[in-house]
Design a protein around this ligand. Structure first.
Ligand code: FES
Ligand code: FES
Length: 168
């Protein structure tokens, strides 16, 4: 018997999207298999690796353990929503410059966790960066380049903010 589907309304990257999903779907499954937003990765699928991290109402959230119906009415940002018309998010540029992604499987989740951190402070300490990314596992990089990239993106955001304040 086919699974019973139901329409959910999700606000993703600023757009209100409707999608029919089986009742048991997680937010990750709705994003990937309902909306085609495959940037959020399906790793462990049980809340351990952080590959599925999205931003829900400004907080890093493991979408693989979030029932999709609990995400209705909340603002969801996925890695696809980090860049804007001006170009890549400073974090994305910094990951590129610092070689902070190898296979890249962990990268979307790390970018989302780091983006939330940089919303709070553009000058995080190394300890704060490590804490913010403590739920995101990476098998490839050894983390140092990731931490460097996050710090670098924060510095760029500080400079951009200063230039903005000076009216340039
Ligand atoms: S896929 Fe969600 S924590 Fe691993
Ligand atoms: S770059 Fe491969 S898991 Fe992080």
């Amino acid at each position: 018997m086919p699974a019973v589907t139901q329409i959910v309304r999700l606000t993703v990257n600023g757009d209100l999207r409707e999608v029919g999903v089986p009742m048991h779907f997680t937010l990750l499954e709705a994003l990937r298999y309902g909306l085609g937003l495959t940037g959020s990765k399906q790793g462990c699928d049980k809340g351990d690796c952080g590959a599925c991290t999205v931003i829900l109402d400004g907080r890093p959230t493991l979408s693989c353990i979030t029932p999709v119906f609990e995400a209705e009415g909340h603002a969801i940002v996925t890695v696809e929503g980090l860049a804007d018309v001006e170009g890549p998010h400073p974090l994305q540029d910094a990951f590129d410059l610092h070689g902070a992604a190898q296979c890249g499987f962990c990268t979307p989740g790390i970018l989302c966790s780091a983006a939330v951190l940089l919303e709070k402070t553009t000058s995080p300490s190394r300890t704060e960066i490590k804490e913010a990314l403590s739920g995101n596992l990476c098998r490839c990089t050894g983390y140092s380049k990731i931490y460097d990239a996050v710090a670098s993106a924060g510095q760029r955001l500080q400079v951009e903010a200063q230039l903005g304040e000076s009216g340039r």
